[in-house]
Ligand binder design. Structure first.
Ligand code: SF4
Length: 363
């Protein structure tokens, strides 16, 4: 494509996406509506940062309620910094990728103590904060501070790959996608523009069956013209994910369940959990129970998929005498209040499986 026509295409895309946002922006709790942002009102950087960390690898639908819960409980970055890490991890339970929650707390402490609660404006400075990568730094700079930054999340990646029919497979194609996003990003209101692109990617230029007929940039979309929209972005060939084996141990006494704590390092570090057999992302667990006794093992009761591997879980149920535990990491938790224990999703799934089984056995 000639330079002139590429520039003209980029201008059209930029104008049409920005115009579309005015009447079609999603109403999200961390956003300022376009009518107000046009008058210069910017969202609270604490809200933008919190939402962007939560949105890493999690959907908007899942994040909304967590975001509301967090800002209600910790209305400012100082409040979050003063919280116990264990409480932040428990409140995060269910969102997954717990390293994000630990970095969230670390970052809050850093901004609260070292910068009097003021987030930096520049992408390069934001990048120095714990848990803030290239995408998040660009999104915060653009959305919270109105800086011109090139924001590329998964939705934008798909939208841009289609607009320009970029056929280099990911991840190699990312640099070209970023270059094209840079071309279409306007000098002003880059935050609204990025959010407009996210919205179109999420609700119109969807992975399956994109709604090209209502798309504001359909006239400038090469993938649509070629009738190949669903082929972009071009994915790398898939590798089989490894499957890990884990065993959890169910010890219940007088309506209380024995809980433990994961080690300080590695998968789900520091999280409350059912006692387990030290499984990890790298290796199967050793299947060894915490004490020698009569255990009844139910095999493969749940499966859980992480980004790079999946795990199959056996659940071993204690059938011995009254158990004595001297392990400081163990606590007895009322089974009726197990939802408040903040268990990671796969442990919560195992608990739900066992509770259901007990109910079925009783009927
Ligand atoms: Fe996506 Fe279709 Fe719009 Fe192209 S025209 S950007 S493929 S929704």
């Amino acid at each position: 494509m000639a330079v002139d026509s590429l520039a003209a295409k980029a201008r059209n895309i930029s104008t049409n996406i920005s115009a579309h946002y005015v009447d079609n922006a999603r109403n999200l709790p961390w956003r300022v509506p376009p009518a107000q942002s046009r008058l210069g009102k910017l969202p609270d950087p604490y809200h933008v940062w919190l939402s962007e960390i939560m949105l890493q690898q999690t959907t908007v639908g899942a994040v909304k309620s967590y975001f509301k819960k967090f800002v209600q409980r910790w209305p400012s970055v100082h409040d979050l910094a003063d919280a116990e890490e264990a409480d932040v991890l428990a409140a995060w339970a269910g969102l997954g990728y717990y390293a994000r929650a630990r970095n969230l707390h670390k970052c809050a402490v850093q901004v609260s103590k070292n910068a009097k609660g003021i987030f930096p404006k520049k992408e390069s400075e934001l990048l120095q904060l714990p848990g803030v990568g290239a995408y998040t730094a660009a999104a915060i700079a653009a959305i919270a501070f109105g800086e011109r930054a090139v924001v590329v999340d998964a939705n934008i990646e798909r939208l841009v790959a289609r607009l320009f029919a970029i056929d280099t497979p990911l991840p190699k194609g990312k640099s070209e996608i970023r270059y094209k996003m840079d071309l279409v990003t306007p000098g002003e209101d880059a935050g609204d523009f990025a959010q407009a692109c996210m919205d179109i990617g999420a609700s119109i230029c969807t992975a399956k069956k994109p709604k090209c007929e209502i798309c504001p940039v359909q006239m400038d979309c090469t993938a649509r013209r070629l009738d190949r929209a669903e082929e972009f972005p071009v994915k790398p060939s898939r590798k089989q994910k490894p499957v890990r084996k884990a065993r959890f141990f169910w010890v219940e006494e007088k309506g209380k369940l024995l809980l433990s704590t994961r080690a300080d390092k590695g998968m789900l570090a520091g999280m409350r959990c059912l006692p387990d057999d030290n499984w990890s992302a790298r290796q199967d667990g050793n299947a060894e129970p915490p004490i020698a006794a009569n255990w009844v093992v139910f095999e493969n009761v749940i499966q859980h998929i992480f980004t790079h591997f999946s795990v199959e879980v056996d659940l071993a149920v204690y059938r011995g005498e009254k158990i004595v535990t001297n392990n400081d990491d163990n606590i007895w938790w009322p089974l009726e209040q197990i939802e408040q224990a903040g268990l990671p999703t796969l442990y919560a799934k195992a608990v739900r499986w066992m509770v259901k089984k007990k109910q079925e056995d009783e009927t």
